[in-house]
Ligand binder design. Sequence first.
Ligand code: PMP
Length: 356
Amino acid sequence: MNVDDLPIRDDLKGRKPYGAPQIDVPVRLNTNENPYPPSKALVDDLAEAVRRHASELNRYPDRDAVELRADLAGYLGHGLAPEQVWAANGSNEVLQQILQAFGGHGRTAMGFEPSYSMHPIITTGTNTEWIAGAREEDFALDADKAVAAVEEHRPDIVFLTSPNNPTGTALPLETIRRVLEAADGMVVVDEAYAEFARSGTASALSLLPEYPRLIVTRTMSKAFAMAGTRLGYLAAHRAVVEALLLVRLPYHLSTLTQTAARVALAHRAELLGTVDELRAERDATVEWLRAKGLTVADSDANFVLFGRFADRRRIWEGVLAGGVLIREVGPPGWLRVSIGTGEEMTAFRAAMEGVL
Ligand code: PMP
């Protein structure tokens, strides 16, 4: 029996599940993780905290993750109160809760492509209609065109990804402001890669006091080097958080997840300490690829989109044969490499030399 033989929803028939190939190779530069594992000090603190909380595992976790949200508000700054912060299992779950509360049947969500492919997947998965807006040739967002698209379609939710995945492009605050002024629905600024932005790139967090329908989403999966913990979060008006309480599953965030996230936040100086190194490695990668005559998108994230290849599959396979896994993603002809350690990037360059 196949999936389609089941009485599954018509709109899910024939679909492929999302997911980058998880191939066991020496160098994995395909899912934008931070390549640096936690230190022994962090591992020890985490083990100790888990031991302390293990004896409470017969009880449900704090349903509202109050202490964790206070820690996250403290990390974000901008005068945010814990009641303005919400957390879930990865920012993907945060996004899903936003769609559950503000999308649904008869409603629409809009994004500007190429962008994070989970936005349309979560949108349609919650029975919300997806409207695809477009970015420019250089992956920037033309503010006038974005405003025109929002005014034409009047979406219930607008996604702005900054820095954008898979292109690395950050949005000027003014563009976000223009969209906020034009939209009458919710505006989600997905800042999964915010910590990697080049200096001078402002966060949409600074706009929160002015715009009650703005939601800024973040994650501990990238700069925070905690992808395995599955902890995403958002900052918004407190009424937005109250709306999400209506759709979240009770006890969605396990005691162990809350514990791990709090320990990681306490060690943030160490975890975020690798960001400068990764930024420098990213800028060097952009330069190296350009020196090879390739087209490379400017990046404010921990990955670089480069091309354009007549046959990108051949390049991807060649790099894989060299022991390095990158991602075949983005518009046709482009490939994406996540930034790894210096050693991993040396392996990437060697593998690229082999196929170019
Ligand atoms: N937003 C963007 C733009 C992403 O690239 C990702 C991860 N690929 C996510 C959200 C989700 O990350 P997580 O669920 O691990 O927080």
